[in-house]
Design a protein around this ligand. Structure first.
Ligand code: PSU
Ligand code: MN
Length: 316
């Protein structure tokens, strides 16, 4: 049941509200990836394809954003277009930003952290994205650690992603997740994927090969009242994976340019993503799109199994 005070801030589309009410499968989607993660018009096209992929696999998509100060769960076609077209002109909204965007009646493209918060308010348990934020390279000095990591430790929404980009320090990001108690699951893999590449070389905490087994672990966690997410990492399909050495060089160049231009804070991730896409002549963008679609598919299948288990568990 959605808390009434919070519900007053939420606009949930009738289709999504009905699905949540009846414990039918719903998959949340973020909007920073649309506004700040990909260029227009591919971002809008991708967002629509991701929604369609979720439907094809038996779940209802719920793209989340903030519009006119309202927490939107489910966007119309025109709203999706608006977020895609506005790009960097829309504020990137993470946990700290939500109250100000709401009280100011403004717009915000929600990061993984903010999307998790709003999804949880609405009663959605599963969320698909491309990659989550993490500890940035050099983060042990700059302390640039994404708010996504802390959010994963406290909010009850499972996140399906393709691991972390190697613009980040993947090893330290995993250490941080271990400290705050977030399990990293490998979906049909023993090693944590590195976004464009299928493996970072780091071991996952648990390898799980079927959607139902993921759903069972999730249900145990939630019924036991152990707060926080499960990070489900799903490698990009083999045929779309990029050569990891090639992409490493591009990432190093982008990081060096970022340093020399003095880019810090929330600008770092969008800057690096755009630079890498430019440098690879759009190749990295194509891989990015394919891996998001693949995550949407897996998330929808997990959501279907979770909804079966959750309703059976309540009845029993
Ligand atoms: N990683 C990607 N693509 C993205 C993002 C991360 O591969 O678009 C976005 C997500 O919305 C994530 C945010 O929550 O960047 C992290 O930003 P920061 O590093 O500033 O926390
Ligand atoms: Mn940061």
């Amino acid at each position: 049941m959605v808390n009434e005070l919070k519900a007053a801030y939420l606009d949930v589309t009738p289709e999504i509200a009905k699905a949540i009410e009846n414990e039918q499968p719903v998959v949340a989607l973020e909007s920073t990836i649309i506004s700040h993660g990909m260029p227009y018009p591919k971002n809008v096209k991708t967002a629509r394809e991701v929604e369609a992929m979720i439907r094809e696999n038996g779940a209802v998509p719920a793209t989340i954003a903030i519009l006119n100060g309202r927490l939107k769960v489910g966007l119309s076609d025109a709203e999706l277009e608006y977020f895609g077209k506005s790009g960097l002109n829309v504020a990137k909204a993470s946990r700290r930003d939500i109250p100000f965007i709401v009280s100011g009646g403004k717009e915000g493209a929600t990061t993984v952290a903010a999307t998790m918060i709003i999804a949880a308010m609405a009663g959605i348990r599963i969320f698909a994205t491309g990659g989550v934020g993490g500890v940035h390279r050099g983060g042990e000095l700059s302390m640039d650690v994404s708010a996504d990591l802390d959010e994963l430790s406290r909010t009850n929404v499972a996140v399906v992603c393709a691991g972390m980009k190697s613009i980040l320090d993947i090893g330290r990001s995993l250490e941080y997740l271990e400290t705050v108690g977030v399990p990293v699951v490998g979906y049909q893999t023993d090693t944590v994927p590195a976004f464009y590449a299928r493996s970072s070389g780091f071991s996952v905490d648990y390898r799980i090969d079927t959607p139902i087994a993921v759903a069972e672990a999730l249900l145990s966690k939630y019924e036991l009242g152990i707060d926080g997410s499960i990070l489900i990492t799903n490698p990009v399909p083999e045929k779309y994976a990029l050569d990891s050495n090639k992409i490493e060089n591009t990432i190093d160049e982008a990081l060096a340019e970022m340093d020399s231009r003095g880019i810090t804070g929330k600008e770092t991730t969008p800057f690096l993503l755009a630079r890498i896409a430019e440098q690879t002549g759009g190749e990295s963008l194509e891989t990015n799109i394919k891996l998001v679609l693949n995550n949407a598919k897996v998330a929808a299948r997990i959501a279907v199994e979770y909804s079966n288990l959750a309703s059976a568990s309540k009845r029993g």
